[in-house]
Design a protein around this ligand. Structure first.
Ligand code: GLN
Length: 447
């Protein structure tokens, strides 16, 4: 059924970069036999899933939507992929994304522009736009995405699906092509909170192959679905609802807050602070880490190599110039600049200090509240072609998502409303570290 839906819709939506029908059907048969013989017994056995194209899949192209990795076929699976495969899930294919997960619309992909299934003139958001569009269009039952500064939560809001960025360290980053290692986290995207909880339970594991992977207890996320939220303390930062937020999004958040009150939660407004520093700190740190992580793409070990060059240095230069797109180059230049001697203290070190203050502000807030509620993005999905021309504007639209990654917190987006144009609007729920269950309880109450 998923393959039929892909055949019917994906010419138009372009959610996928790779689908190998024959392989998928062979795998489905194998899983079917495995279910019959008792090899696969869990709730996700046989469920078709899509995987973002920056998560390594053995013998299946993993491009990061970049020309530099156009023909890269990994010889190993990411740990998250091993987990879903061991659970008997069937991988349908790899989904489109912003190049190396840098962007907020999926338009920086070197290969295709993914359309928002609700209105194909609009973007699906990004960078996990392919994964969210695939779920929204019924081209899979769930998907894996990655979130460095909002890439699961923002496109989930634009596409009317549910997605969660887990607490940093919950899902192994082994096999996730690194963008900004101290911020990156893989997470589930699904039709509802229950599907995301089941998937997160499956991919959560302590992994020695990722030195930042955590040993977690209390990971029966599914048990939180449908839990009573009476008495839950919910805080809404006043600055989240101020200037720069579209009226339809503000109305959606206020409506959601009123509903949660009706459900018996205590809802109040408070000052979180530091909002104006989150975007600058995030883009300094993310670009710095990206410039270092992307050094490995030099045309030598794997990936694209320029056809013509004169000597080794020229080969590096041409391979990288021809292989990377403009947004990735911008980040590499910005990151190299803030890390260079003479500027390191003024930019990178200062950003790290701001990061510590942001974490402290959240610690203070979570001493009072179980959940922080707010938008996932200042607007519903913008039209295709309106963001690329103004990168600064695109960066500023990440205002509600990036602080969560800087502080390592879990954040979940759940659909809550629809605007006049028929585009979905999601609400974002933030929790203290390791409090995913609180988020799932509140999300299931909202839906
Ligand atoms: N839009 C943000 C960026 O471009 C976040 C992307 C992400 O989470 N991967 O960096």
């Amino acid at each position: 059924a998923s393959l039929a839906q892909i055949a019917k819709e994906d010419q138009k939506i372009r959610a996928y970069l790779t689908v190998d029908e024959e392989k998928v059907l062979a795998r489905a048969k194998e899983v079917d036999n495995g279910i019959r013989s008792g090899k696969y017994t869990g709730p996700l056995a046989g469920v078709p899933i899509a995987v973002k194209d920056n998560i390594c899949t053995k013998d299946m192209r993993t491009t990061c939507a970049s020309k530099i990795l156009e023909n890269f076929v990994p010889f190993y699976d990411a740990t998250a992929v091993t987990r879903i495969t061991d659970a008997g899930m069937v991988i349908l294919g790899k989904t489109n994304m912003d190049e190396f997960a840098m962007g907020s619309t999926t338009e920086t992909s070197a290969f295709a522009v993914t359309k928002n299934p609700w209105d194909t003139e609009h973007v699906p958001g990004g960078s996990s736009g392919g994964s969210c569009a695939a779920v929204a269009a019924g081209e899979c039952f769930a998907a894996l995405g990655s979130d460095t500064g909002g890439s699961i939560r923002q496109p989930s809001s634009y596409c009317g699906v549910t997605g969660i960025k887990p607490t940093y360290g919950t899902v192994s980053r082994f096999g996730l092509v690194a963008y900004a290692s101290s911020l990156d986290q893989i997470g589930p995207i699904g039709k509802n909170a229950a599907d995301c909880a089941a998937l997160l339970e499956t991919i959560t594991i302590h992994d020695e192959k990722d030195s930042t992977s955590m040993e977690r207890t209390d990971t029966d996320f599914t048990s939180a679905i449908g839990k009573d939220i009476r008495g839950m303390k919910i805080g809404i930062p006043k600055e989240y609802l101020s200037d720069g937020l579209d009226d339809d999004v503000r109305a959606a958040i206020e409506q959601c807050a009123a509903y949660l009150k009706e459900c018996g939660a205590d809802v109040e407004y408070f000052d979180l602070g530091l909002m104006e520093y989150t975007i600058p700190a995030y883009y300094v740190i993310a670009a710095a880490e990206a410039s270092s992580n992307l050094e490995r793409f030099d045309g030598v070990k794997y990936g694209y190599r320029a056809k013509e060059y004169e000597g080794l240095h020229d080969m590096y230069k041409r391979s990288r110039s021809e292989g990377f797109g403009p947004e990735v180059k911008r980040r590499i230049m910005l990151g190299s600049f803030v890390l260079s001697s003479g500027y390191y203290d003024a930019y990178y070190l200062k950003a790290l200090k701001v990061r510590a203050l942001i974490k402290k502000a959240f610690d203070d807030a979570f001493a009072k509240y179980d959940i922080i509620l707010g938008p996932a993005a200042p607007t519903a999905a913008p039209k295709i072609g309106t963001s690329l021309s103004d990168p600064m504007k695109m960066y500023l639209s990440d205002i509600y998502t990036v602080a969560v990654n800087l502080a390592g917190l879990p954040g979940l987006t759940v659909p809550c409303s629809m605007n006049e144009k028929g585009l979905p609007i999601g609400v974002q729920l933030l929790g203290d570290c390791f409090r995913e269950k609180t988020l799932f309880a509140a999300a299931s109450a909202i839906e």
